[in-house]
Design a protein around this ligand. Structure first.
Ligand code: M6R
Length: 616
């Protein structure tokens, strides 16, 4: 989604903003822009459609004709088009007709059509198609001679979710940031008196040492070197917290892509998630980690998420129903309010989100909170909106996930959810022997993940996944992921991963259902991945394999041993059948990555997608 970065005083602003934008690139965008200002409000705007590297080329050219070092403050933005096409004209900042107000905006102004109609009836002429342009127009219309007062007059007119940065030629030493539904952070370096705004703390690594996470409805007014925060016009005190720059630093290390690095981090992440939450020696779970889960007699659990987070919810719904007897249902956040979901005070709502900023999930969370029903969050980003709004929660501890395709966050979600299953199960209907067996096996999962990862070696030409399977898949235009029983969510996640990074269409389908229609699509160019583990579904899966092969379809089996009947096999270690999702997931991530790699796709930033989807 769109990214905001701003810098105030006193170093040359251009390289700082450019670097900030590079760090925001992973969020997904289609154009980039920056504006820098001198102390006397001389402004220089550079815009580019496409990547930040395009913007950098234009900056280089500017350097050859202008002294950029005199521009010591500025605002910058990566835009992902919602209203108005991907054109230079529609990149931010937007300004009023007389260029007195510059506005950067993330989010959507929902009543923009009505506001534009009103302004147009007063002969205001808009130059582009964005919703943002209405904001500088309103600031110009209601200008009082004081920037803070004017912004306070305009904000109640805007409906929707947004983060805004506002600068004005009338007061070059001021900048206002407003957060309402979209992320916005303020950061500072007290020793050097430098100030920053960003939609993402990661972009600030190495620049600022202290940070303030703005809450919804808050406005931060920076005037020269003083700042005040107001909420509903009341001044509030908020002390900055330390920005952990080392934790923020996002580096690919020696990996070619963030996604690959993140896949390879997973065993370490799983060990980190378990640390301090499980005592394997005594087979106990640490009570404080599960605060908020144990004292309520919930009759139902509803899990809410989108994309990969929804797939993790599906895995958990299966675990929880089979192991605890509690009724559990996974819901797609964007559909939640469209359905009549039976719910009440005896229902616990669990929100799953890597970013904690997904607009569809936040909308449901707000709806639940308005009714005072209990909420629990499983979130990766600690200061995020979902983390703040939920009553209780477990942090994933997965670290920064940069690749748009979620990998380590999915594994983090599964790990947290499995712990919650054991916690609830012990208090409900789970047999002690099952509890002990599952906990015992959980301890071995990180090592088994390492075993799978060791089979994947980019430098090894003989690697099965690398050379054979992915090159077979890459010529397909569609493929199937065939599943039975509890494997459904993993097949869905696999299919999602393949779609988003390789752009190959795929479908997760119950293997037994093939003969009722989809068999018509099977031919030599339609590969099918079949989860064929050593479990109660094995013989039925072998029948499905034969059914596909009889139509000349190719089978890629995920199995515990080489499967002679299949054209290709990806072997994964044996584990308890309920823990298999942890291992199947790793194999499918590697296969999707390798296929996208062979196809030369832009793996970390797939087309049309954003890391954090902050609009509905
Ligand atoms: O940050 P969230 O977990 O709330 O994001 C939800 C989805 O947008 C996200 O999982 C998306 O589907 C990923 N790109 C999948 O890899």
């Amino acid at each position: 989604m769109c990214g905001i970065f701003a810098y105030q005083w006193h170093k040359p602003a251009t390289p700082i903003l450019e670097h900030g934008l590079q760090r925001l690139e992973y969020r997904g965008y289609d154009s980039a822009w920056l504006a820098v200002f001198t102390d006397q409000w001389q402004a220089l705007l550079v815009r580019a459609v496409g990547k930040v590297s395009e913007l950098s080329k234009k900056i280089e050219w500017q350097k050859s004709i202008t002294d950029l070092t005199v521009y010591t403050s500025g605002i910058a933005h990566t835009r992902r088009a919602t209203h108005g096409g991907v054109t230079e004209e529609n990149t931010h900042p937007h300004h009023d007709t007389d260029h007195h107000f510059y506005v950067v905006h993330n989010g959507i102004i929902e009543n923009q059509r009505k506001l534009k109609d009103e302004l147009e009836s007063e002969w205001y002429v808009f130059y582009g198609q964005t919703d943002t342009e209405v904001i500088p127009a309103l600031l110009a219309k209601y200008w009082t001679g004081d920037l803070y007062q004017t912004v306070q007059k305009v904000l109640p007119l805007l409906h929707g979710a947004y983060a805004l940065l506002i600068k004005s030629s009338y007061c070059p030493d001021e900048i206002i940031g407003v957060k309402r539904g979209s992320p916005l952070l303020f950061a500072l370096h007290p020793e050097t008196q430098e100030f920053f705004f960003s939609s993402d703390a990661q972009a600030l690594a190495g620049y600022a040492s202290q940070i303030i996470y703005l809450d919804d409805g808050e406005l931060l007014h920076l005037k020269n070197k003083e700042y005040t925060i107001t909420s509903e016009k009341w001044i509030i005190q908020r002390n900055p917290t330390t920005l952990d720059v080392w934790a923020m630093e996002a580096s690919k290390w020696d990996y070619e892509h963030f996604m690959l690095k993140e896949i390879f981090e997973q065993s370490a992440i799983m060990r980190r998630i378990l640390m301090g939450r499980v005592d394997f020696a005594h087979k106990t779970l640490m009570a404080e980690a599960f605060h908020g889960m144990h004292d309520e007699a919930y009759e139902r659990i509803v899990l809410v998420g989108c994309g990969t987070s929804y797939n993790a919810a599906l895995v958990w719904a299966y675990w929880i129903e089979h192991l605890t007897g509690i009724s559990a249902k996974a819901e797609i956040a964007s559909e939640y309010l469209n359905k009549l979901i039976p719910t009440d005070v005896k229902t616990l709502h669990i929100f799953l989100s890597q970013s904690g900023e997904t607009a569809d999930s936040i909308e449901v969370l707000k709806y639940i909170k308005e009714r005072w029903w209990k909420t629990f969050g499983i979130v990766n980003v600690v200061w995020s909106t979902i983390a703040q709004l939920t009553d209780h929660g477990l942090f994933m501890r997965a670290g920064y996930e940069i690749g748009v395709a979620s990998t380590k966050a999915f594994l983090g979600q599964l790990t947290c959810l499995f712990l919650l299953t054991l916690w609830l199960g012990k208090r409900r209907s789970m047999a002690l022997s099952t509890y002990n067996a599952l906990l015992e096996e959980l301890q071995h999962i990180p090592n088994k993940i390492d075993q799978i990862l060791q089979t994947f070696d980019l430098s090894q030409e003989q690697d099965t996944i690398r050379t054979h399977i992915s090159s077979h898949i890459q010529s397909a235009s569609t493929m199937f992921y065939l599943w039975r029983g509890r494997e459904y969510p993993i097949a869905c996640e696999w299919s999602l991963k393949m779609k988003e990074i390789s752009y190959i269409h795929s479908e997760a389908y119950p293997a037994g259902e093939l003969k009722h229609g989809p068999l018509a699509l099977i031919q030599s160019t339609t590969p099918s991945c079949l989860i064929t583990l050593d479990d109660e579904f094995f013989s039925q899966n072998i029948s499905s394999l034969a059914e596909v092969q009889a139509r000349k379809g190719t089978i890629i089996a995920i199995a515990n041993d080489q499967l002679p009947q299949a054209e290709y096999t990806i072997v994964i270690p044996r584990t308890h059948s309920l823990l298999a999702p942890f291992l199947v997931t790793i194999a499918m991530q590697l296969l999707s990555y390798q296929t996208a790699y062979s196809l030369g796709r832009e793996i970390d930033k797939p087309r049309n997608l954003a890391k954090s989807v902050t609009v509905k």
